[in-house]
Ligand binder design. Sequence first.
Ligand SMILES: C[S@@+](CC[C@H](N)C(=O)[O-])C[C@H]1O[C@@H](n2cnc3c(N)ncnc32)[C@H](O)[C@@H]1O
Length: 326
Amino acid sequence: MAATAQRYARFAEFEARGSSPVYEQWTAAISADPEVLELIDGLPEAKRQPNLVLAAARSRGAAAGPYAQFRSFLQEHWEDIRSVILRRSTQTNEPRRCAVLLPLFAEIARTEGRPLALIEVGASAGLCLYPDRYGYRYDDGDLLNDPGRPDLVLDCTTTGNPPLPRACPEIIHRTGVDLSPLDPADPEDLAWLDALIWPGMEDRRILLKAAAETAGQSPARIVKGDLNAEIAGLIEAAPAEAAVVVFHTAVLAYVPKADREIFREKVSSYVDIPGRPVHWISNEGSGALPGPVEPEPVAEPGLFVLHHNGRAVARTGAHGQSLHWL
Ligand SMILES: C[S@@+](CC[C@H](N)C(=O)[O-])C[C@H]1O[C@@H](n2cnc3c(N)ncnc32)[C@H](O)[C@@H]1O
């Protein structure tokens, strides 16, 4: 129980604080509530994550309000909530992360002189596979790639002068892999993605709905399976005329350490093969990508690290809201 209490206390302090007052209050209170901790400890270890437990409760109707009310709801509906926790997993799909990926996508297309084939590992519903369908506004500057509707515009602040593109690269192939792909056109899957967004983040909720609508019109093919089992086949199936970009964001923290190392080795073996350009972009929490990482950026709480072919190039806001070029 001590480990779970600590996990919820850390979540309150380092993740929810400053982002979601409701989640901060709930997780801080859970960390000191033996009865609720006992319920959570009855779950398999991998299912005790705050994000998953709270999203499951909200998907069953827990209202964003005082902890006492949430606690009663949780206890009263625990069997129902528990079945959602066991059936679902943390699959938050954040299209705004395209704002931190786009400068690398554009730079790769420019230097390779080819259109891109995007392969997303841990794609969830695939909402990061459509960077060309979103508009971008960096630092309140001019709108890039006007999508024709304001709910598809991604705002992102920057520091350190990232190489911001003037246009979106051409994308001729998009595909991915996920242990459990979600369908952006399925109302139940969409409701789950919505429940995974923390209370108080309404802008993310609006963006999710708009992005799912556009993805649902022509969903990318996302293979159901494990990243290590599928990655080679996906790379080999990409069109020869494209520069292949394998990317992942907010995935490796959910992958066992030994599998991350195998993944790193597998993807690295494709980078730099002459005549078949494969680029690898990793946007993950600090320390999630197994070493060696050059240069080793100093960890900053709440920020991810963006790597291109194993080289750290930036820190990024965890939801794609900021880009800090190194
Ligand atoms: C937090 S979500 C991130 C989704 C998306 N990349 C984004 O940034 O919006 C992590 C995703 O990784 C997937 N995942 C976790 N382990 C995986 C594995 N071993 N193989 C394939 N996908 C995996 C999960 O199913 C989930 O959809």
